[in-house]
Design a protein around this ligand. Structure first.
Ligand code: TRP
Length: 507
């Protein structure tokens, strides 16, 4: 078996996985969801979902990632295979876990390119100057038009898309250690510094009127505790923000040394991510909107979606501050760094699949992966509804489904005792066995419960459509999963040969 790469240092490993988890989800998706579902009322299910499902699943993915890495696998195709003697069906099922992050990446990278484009345009004063108005619609209008023009896409937008793809390509070509790890070592501190800076500016805006926004989020209350929609959204946010349910964390964890303390690493990853979400993420967009407009404007703004908040409302607010151009530049740069360290992580599982299962050399694995990303990104840019369809199917539906499969396989099929042995191996934090029982029962029940309510709530509305662009996107998703399934089956022979060979030398 070829030697797989390893992370260079403990710090690098933690920063890289934190970079994986910290993304647009923390800084854009979180505040919009919190605003939309009632601030403090959203936070109660959010924290419950974090402790009952998010943290356990994070630790499961770390433990399994280390275990799989020891056996030479980093992609879900190989990892699920590992638990079923590389049966074809298991490898095919695992392919869904490789498809999800790549499908997400196909639109994520396009949004990432907007952040880079907007950063430059802000710096060079190419985005609209603000209109002084207390009417939110009025104040945001020039930015709405600007955004529409930009995402048509304009030539500039296209150039930034190509540039963003090239940056990702270049970094991934340098590999785990010299590419991803170094990027995270620069990116993560930058995210925290820029984030704290912007948080301070937004909270203090309008003579600390921004603090009202923070109060809105942290005024915890149980008023919507019985509303299934709030639970679904809170749980969905936990999955998304922690990068769970798609083997992206496991893929990074597969590059640790066998003696690495993965429990500690998992807790650090989740901790840093939550810091950037509930402290930094909470202190920027919502407080800024509170400071600028009235509290009534908040749900109004959030309703229009995540992108509106980041690319229209935020520049409208930030540009009206003193040194607005610089502040808007920092905002988009923050988004760019957050997105970049995540998009790398979204592609790595596919690279791991090509390298570990097909035994392709690194260069070829990266090139083929990036060609696929580039094709998908073009669809995102030029086909209407493509982004939303991918976001729904890969970024929500398949995610919950695959998260459930992960728990069933890694705990039930692997066996509670085996898992517990793996969990307590080489770690200073000896979690009680009770914790595994929670992972084995409460976490999956929680997911089943959410899927159930979600299906009765709006499955029908979403699933039935005759809209050709949506059908195209769905066809594309199926075709992509099919493609990865074929690879999963074809590579099986290579892996089996490896295993036979290993047995032979052991004898
Ligand atoms: N966690 C990322 C964010 O908050 C998004 C994401 C979801 C992701 N799944 C992932 C990133 C897998 C990398 C790998 O924006």
């Amino acid at each position: 078996m070829e030697r797989r790469e390893r992370w260079h240092s403990k710090l690098g490993l933690i920063l890289a996985t934190a970079g994986n988890a910290v993304g647009l989800g923390n800084i854009l998706r979180f505040p919009s969801k919190a605003a939309l579902y009632g601030g403090g009322a959203f936070m109660v299910p959010y924290f419950i979902a974090f402790f009952l499902m998010g943290l356990p699943l994070m630790i499961i993915e770390w433990v399994i990632g280390r275990y799989a890495g020891r056996h030479g696998h980093g992609s879900m195709t190989g990892i699920l295979g590992l638990f079923f003697n590389h049966a074809s069906w298991a490898r095919v099922l695992g392919s869904i876990g490789v498809a999800i992050p790549l499908l997400i990446c196909m639109y994520y990278i396009y949004i990432e390119s907007w952040t880079l484009g907007f950063a430059f345009l802000s710096l060079f004063g190419e985005i609209p100057t603000p209109i002084k108005s207390s009417d939110t619609q009025e104040a945001v209008k020039p930015y709405v038009n600007f955004f529409r023009e930009y995402t048509k896409p304009s030539v500039i937008a296209y150039l930034f898309l190509i540039l963003t793809i090239a940056i990702n390509w270049f970094i991934l070509q340098r590999g785990v250690r010299r590419g991803i790890e170094i990027t995270a070592k620069i990116g993560m501190p930058a995210i925290i510094i820029f984030g704290l800076f912007l948080g301070l500016i937004c909270l203090s805006a309008g003579n600390w009127k921004g603090l009202e926004g923070l109060k809105f989020i942290y005024n915890l209350n149980f008023s919507r505790i019985t509303d299934p929609v709030v639970w679904i959204e809170a749980a969905g946010q936990i999955f998304f923000t922690l990068s769970l349910g798609m083997g992206a964390i496991a893929a990074y964890a597969s590059y640790v040394y066998p003696r690495e303390d993965v429990v500690k690493a998992g807790i650090w990853t989740a901790g840093i991510n939550e810091f950037v979400e509930v402290v930094i993420g909470a202190s920027i967009a919502i407080p800024a909107a509170f400071a600028m407009f009235s509290a009534l404007a908040i749900p109004e703004l959030a309703k229009e979606g995540t992108f509106r908040l980041g690319f229209m409302t935020m520049p409208a607010i930030l540009m009206s501050f003193p040194f607005g151009k610089i502040i808007a530049f920092v905002w988009f740069l923050l988004l760019f760094f957050a997105a970049l360290t995540s998009s790398l992580a979204l592609i790595q599982p596919l690279i791991a699949l090509f390298e570990d299962e097909m035994k392709w050399e690194h260069k070829k694995a990266v090139n083929i992966s990036m060609i696929l990303v580039t094709i998908g990104a073009h669809f995102s840019a030029f086909i209407p509804n493509f982004i939303d369809e991918l976001d729904f199917w890969a970024g929500c539906f398949l995610l919950l489904f695959f998260g459930l499969i992960e728990i069933v396989v890694f705990i039930w099929v692997f066996g509670i005792d085996n898992f517990y042995k793996e969990l307590t191996m080489n770690t200073t934090i000896k979690l009680p066995k009770f914790f595994v029982y929670i992972m084995a029962t409460v976490s999956p029940l929680f997911i089943v419960f959410i899927i159930y309510f979600w299906i009765i709530k709006d499955f029908e509305n979403i699933v039935f459509t005759t809209e050709p662009t949506k059908l195209f996107a769905r066809g594309f998703i199926l075709l992509f999963i099919l493609f990865l399934s074929i690879i999963a089956i074809k590579s099986r022979t290579i892996i089996m040969k490896d295993i036979r060979y290993l047995k032979l030398i052991k004898k």
